[in-house]
Ligand binder design. Structure first.
Ligand code: MN
Length: 232
C-alpha cells in the first residue's frame, strides 16, 4: 500500500534531558479551571463539571533549546492572548479511568501556552458556535520539553507564572486548580478513550492578556522548567 500524498510528519515534543521525543496524538484542553480566571472571563466559578475543547496535534510548537522559540502572530485577530498551563502527557490507554488510578496513566508533565484569539473566541462563544477559530489555529500550542513523571513526580502544588517582556502577568498555584489532574483525567476519559500520546492542557490562572509582535513571553511551573517564546 502506498499513500497518494506524503503523510504529514508526526508532531512530537522533546523529552527534557534526553534526545527522545514524545509523539502527540491529540490535544485536549480544559476550559476555566482556575476560579479567578473563570471570573475574569465573566463566568461563575462554581464547581460545574469541567468542559473540554481540542486543538489539532500539529498546533504544537516544540521549544527550541537555548533561545526563545519564534511563534507567528496569527491572522484574523486583534486580541491574541497568552494562557500559561500545566500540560499532562498521557502514556497509558484507558477509558472511565478512576481518579485513584489516573496518575498511572500519566507519562509526564510540561509547561505549555494555550494561545488564543480572544476576540474570535468571545464572538463564537456569544453566538453559541464552536471555538476552533479562536483556539485551534496553527501554532496555538507552544510547549516546553516534557518532564517524565518518573523524575517530576505528580505535582499537586507549585507556582505557575508567565511574564511578558519581563513583567509578571499571570501567577497562580497548581493547588488552585478547580479540577485536579486526576479528576480531569477521570472526567475526560468518560467521553474519550485516552491513548498514549494525548496531551491535556489543564487550564490557566488569572491574568491573561494580549501580546503583540516582538513580545517575549516566558512561563514556568515549579519543577517543570520554563517555556520562552517570541511573537514574530
Ligand atoms: Mn486555556
Amino acid at each position: 500500500m502506498s499513500y497518494v500524498i506524503s503523510p504529514a510528519p508526526i508532531p512530537a515534543v522533546p523529552v527534557a534531558g534526553s534526545t527522545d521525543s514524545f509523539p502527540v496524538r491529540r490535544i485536549y484542553c480544559v476550559g476555566r479551571n482556575y476560579a479567578a480566571h473563570a471570573r475574569e472571563m465573566g463566568s461563575d466559578p462554581d464547581r460545574e463539571p469541567p468542559f473540554f475543547f481540542c486543538k489539532p496535534a500539529d498546533a504544537i510548537v516544540p521549544a527550541t533549546q537555548g533561545s526563545a522559540t519564534d511563534v507567528a502572530y496569527p491572522p484574523e485577530t486583534a486580541n491574541y492572548h497568552h494562557e500559561v498551563e500545566l500540560v499532562v502527557a498521557i502514556g497509558k490507554r484507558g477509558r472511565n479511568i478512576a481518579g485513584s488510578e489516573a496518575c498511572s496513566h500519566v507519562w509526564g508533565y510540561a509547561v505549555g501556552f494555550d494561545m488564543t484569539r480572544r476576540d474570535l473566541q468571545f464572538a463564537l462563544r456569544d453566538k453559541g458556535r464552536p471555538w476552533e477559530l479562536g483556539k485551534a489555529f496553527d501554532q496555538s500550542a507552544p510547549i516546553a520539553p516534557i518532564v517524565p513523571a518518573s523524575r517530576s513526580g505528580h505535582p499537586t502544588a507549585g507556582k505557575i507564572w508567565l511574564t511578558v517582556n519581563g513583567k509578571l502577568k499571570q501567577q497562580g498555584d497548581l493547588s488552585d486548580l478547580i479540577w485536579s489532574v486526576p479528576e480531569t483525567i477521570a472526567h475526560l476519559s468518560t467521553y474519550f478513550e485516552l491513548l498514549p500520546g494525548d496531551l491535556i492542557f489543564t487550564g490557566t490562572p488569572e491574568g491573561v492578556g494580549p501580546v503583540v509582535r516582538g513580545d517575549l513571553l516566558a512561563g514556568g511551573i515549579d519543577g517543570l522548567g520554563e517555556l520562552s517564546i517570541r511573537i514574530v
